[in-house]
Ligand binder design. Structure first.
Ligand code: SAM
Ligand code: DTB
Ligand code: SF4
Length: 370
């Protein structure tokens, strides 16, 4: 792992001060930091695919894949090896250095589905692409198995500050997220961890999330910054679209606080103009999620993304430019691991309960119509 040890110990106050600077001062500083540690004309592209969609047991207030809300997401079974191989080949041909596979799971279970995911990881690894997974919480041994299959990165977002987390999710605690990141690190994989803005959190919450990320040692190799995609039927459906200025501030502040990390401009790009996105690149974002869809919501067309990069003279990053290709470990035997008990916090979130009840009503209505 080449990531530098943390160089500066930040405080929330310092991060808030940075976030609130006059915008052009903030962007100038962020761009200067970016140029010191990164090639400003290079962009990393991760193609995102949903390998298991919908039907999730969690109550994340932002998520259309939570089974308890009434959204128009259809629940699908795991994608096959062939489907993923085709997706990987296409992604590579279209300039992606990484394929990120997402599953709507609370946590990984030691079952046939997990064995299948390990095969998917091997398949993508064989295509010489960086492989990333986001599968929910993982134990130390599960992380090791993923690493042995050739996984390059694990995406597991903190989403917001510890304080605000309790207002959006009641089915797991912040400490579970941190524990998973620790397990991933122990298995020597790179970490992709960031969050969402626009859920009703304060600037202090955003900055506290960055503080926590900056305190991970080593810091995450990539930090996705998502703008909430407010999906009908979720408790956050009424949230207003994040203004581009807020996105630029969040990207720039992330750039300054985590100077070595790759900042990924993630969900919400369909609500941004091209100029807005380029402003984010100027402020230190140097990566995007590509794909016809994110997991379930729309994303800009890949050919439009590529045309934009060409127009502004940005080149795509090749796989393994930043870290070596992980070696696959074959034929290893693993000891029986005790089942990990992830937390089940006792608190309830009024809005989430209300939307769960609304979904029940809608389902009953539909059943009665049949
Ligand atoms: N189930 C796994 C988990 O929660 O870790 C992996 C998939 S989950 C959909 C991955 C991330 O997508 C979440 O942590 C969240 O940051 C982001 N996300 C989900 N729904 C979103 C939305 N509506 N808008 C923006 N980001 C979203
Ligand atoms: C991340 O931070 N953003 C991506 C990826 N990691 C897995 C997911 C965004 C999901 C947006 C909502 C959806 O499409 O369902
Ligand atoms: Fe499930 Fe992940 Fe969506 Fe939460 S964010 S409901 S854990 S898929």
């Amino acid at each position: 792992m080449n990531m530098k040890q943390n160089e500066k110990v930040w405080t929330t106050e310092e991060i808030i001060e940075i976030y609130n600077r006059p915008l052009l001062d903030l962007v100038f500083e962020a761009a200067s930091v970016h140029r010191k540690y990164h090639d400003p004309n290079k962009i990393q592209v991760s193609t995102l695919i949903s390998i298991k969609t919908g039907g999730c047991s969690e109550d994340c207030a932002y998520c259309p894949q939570a089974a308890r809300y009434f959204t128009d997401v259809e629940t699908n079974e795991l994608l096959s090896v062939k489907q993923v191989e085709v997706a990987a080949k296409r992604a590579k041909m279209l300039g992606s250095s990484r394929l990120c596979m997402g599953a709507a799971w609370r946590s990984v279970k030691d079952n046939a589905d997990f064995d299948h995911v390990l095969d998917l990881v091997k398949t993508v690894h064989d295509q010489d692409l960086e492989v990333c997974c986001t599968l929910g919480m993982v134990s130390e041994q599960q992380a090791q198995k993923l690493a042995d299959a050739g996984l390059y990165a694990y995406n597991h977002n903190l989403d917001s500050s510890e304080e605000f987390y309790k207002e959006i999710i009641s089915t797991r605690g912040y400490e579970d997220r941190l524990k998973t990141l620790e397990n991933v690190r122990k298995a020597n994989m790179t970490i992709c961890s960031g969050g969402i803005i626009g859920m009703g959190e304060s600037v202090e919450d955003r900055c506290n999330m960055l503080l926590t990320l900056s305190q991970l040692n080593p810091q995450p190799e990539s930090v996705p910054i998502n703008a909430l995609v407010a999906v009908e039927g979720t408790p956050l459906e009424e949230q207003e679209t994040v203004e581009i200025w807020e996105m630029i501030r969040m990207v720039a502040t992330t750039r300054i606080v985590l100077p070595h990390t790759t900042v990924r401009l993630s969900a919400g790009r369909t609500n941004m103009t091209k100029e807005g996105q380029v402003f984010c690149f100027m402020a230190g974002a140097s990566s995007i999620f590509a794909g016809d869809k994110l997991l379930t919501t729309p994303n800009p067309d890949i050919f439009e993304d590529l045309a934009l990069f060409e127009k502004i003279g940005m080149n795509v990053q090749q796989p393994y430019e930043k870290h070596a290709k992980p070696e696959r470990v074959e034929g290893k035997t693993y000891e029986n691991e005790e089942t990990v008990k992830w937390s089940r916090p006792a608190h309830k979130i009024e809005a989430n309960e209300k939307y769960k009840a609304l979904a029940k009503e809608k389902r009953t209505e539909l059943k009665n119509q049949d």
